[in-house]
Design a protein around this ligand. Structure first.
Ligand code: PMP
Length: 361
């Protein structure tokens, strides 16, 4: 067959499949909720929709390849020079650019496991090697073990805080000590996709905190707190040579005009969006307290999701949730990640969790 004729890269054999959250199937008389992708449950703001509509009228034209206005808006919002910002097609797109810019085949990328499932994919796509360091017993990063895993092939270390899918953050004191141990030629990527949901005062805002560290890059996204997951826009803040390398590795015109304009409008509407984030954080606290009261050993979470460590019962739980009209994200043999969403979805999750535990014990 054609597969046998066309020579594909051997590196692709090592690329795991990304399992995206499936849409909630429609059911007669039952509202279903997709709580499998850590999306923002709120609909777009009218002010953002209006800008999108206007931008859509130019869809016969290519976008601004340099993403000038959004980069400037981000620089103002974050208080960093434009030269240090690189945008891309979602932060996962930017992450792919980071690996391409740093890794030759055989180079190593260290990250905690379990963590974000795109990490092994982008690493394998570059022909680089993943070095996965197990989370500790509290589902947190084991930074000592990660520092100890550095070899002369290490090019990048990914630190996901809050960690997807388990939820805990890395504290500043730990991160400071860790960064002191990492060789300066190794890029440490701090993935703060969920930063806006963090309320733990010991967690740093990595952009402000590590401005002086030349080997730190911070990844952020408009997909979560800003509610623009469908538009695919994310960015990195890094020192100039790294940011420049990211611009070189960008897919030309990778961020659409609609996405650029919506992101600018969302930055302008941040106060309004922040109220929604506060409401989701309050819901998170309510759900976590209730789950713990039921007896679930839920790890601390600073993100817009909770982790249920279910082990061998994971798929049975996902099935029970499905029966209640909830699509969760199962990691077979490990646990289920459940996004904090509409109040009704959260209530239903608590009810499924309660009856599942009651049936199990
Ligand atoms: N980092 C983490 C930790 C994530 O969980 C996600 C989304 N699931 C991303 C990055 C990527 O988000 P996006 O590409 O939508 O910006």
């Amino acid at each position: 067959d054609a597969k046998a004729i066309v020579r594909l890269r051997h590196a692709l054999d090592a690329v795991p499949a990304y399992k995206p959250g499936k849409p909630a199937a429609a059911r007669d008389g039952v509202t279903t909720y997709k709580i499998s992708s850590n999306e923002n449950p709120y609909p777009p703001l009218p002010s953002v929709l209006a800008v999108v509509e206007k931008a859509a009228a130019q869809m016969n034209r290519y976008p601004d390849m340099a993403v000038t206005d959004l980069t400037q808006a981000l620089a103002n919002h974050l208080g960093v020079p434009v030269e240090r910002i690189a945008t891309g097609t979602g932060s996962v797109g930017v992450l792919g650019q980071i690996i391409q810019a740093t890794c030759d085949p055989g180079d190593e990328v260290i990250y905690a496991w379990r963590s974000f499932e795109a990490y092994p994919i982008v690493v394998a796509l570059a022909g680089a090697t993943s070095v996965q360091v197990p989370l500790d017993e509290h589902a947190r990063h084991d930074l000592d073990a990660m520092a100890a895993a550095v070899t002369d092939r290490t090019r990048v270390i990914l630190v996901c805080t809050p960690n997807n899918p388990t939820g805990p953050v890395v504290h500043q004191a730990e991160l400071d000590a860790f960064l002191d141990k990492v060789p300066e030629h190794v890029l440490v990527v701090i993935d703060e996709a969920y930063l806006e949901f963090v309320r733990d005062g010991q967690a740093p805002d990595a952009i402000a905190t590590y401005e002086e560290r030349h080997n730190v890059a911070v990844l952020r996204t408009f997909s979560k707190a800003y509610g623009l997951a469908g538009l695919r826009v994310g960015y990195a803040v890094a020192h100039e040579p790294v940011a420049q390398a990211l611009r070189k590795t960008a897919v030309p015109f990778g961020v659409s005009t609609i996405a650029q304009q919506a992101a600018i409008a969302s930055l302008a509407a941040w106060d309004e969006l922040a109220e929604r984030v506060d409401a989701l954080v309050a819901e998170r606290e309510r759900v976590v307290a209730a789950l713990r009261h039921q007896g679930w050993p839920v790890p601390d979470t600073e993100a817009n999701f909770v982790w249920l460590p279910l082990g061998a019962d994971t798929e049975a739980f996902a099935k029970a949730a499905d029966g209640a009209g909830l699509v969760v994200r199962p990691f077979p043999g490990e646990g289920a990640r459940c996004t904090i969403a509409e109040t009704e979805a959260n209530d239903r999750l608590l009810e499924v969790a309660r009856s599942f535990l009651a049936a199990r014990t």
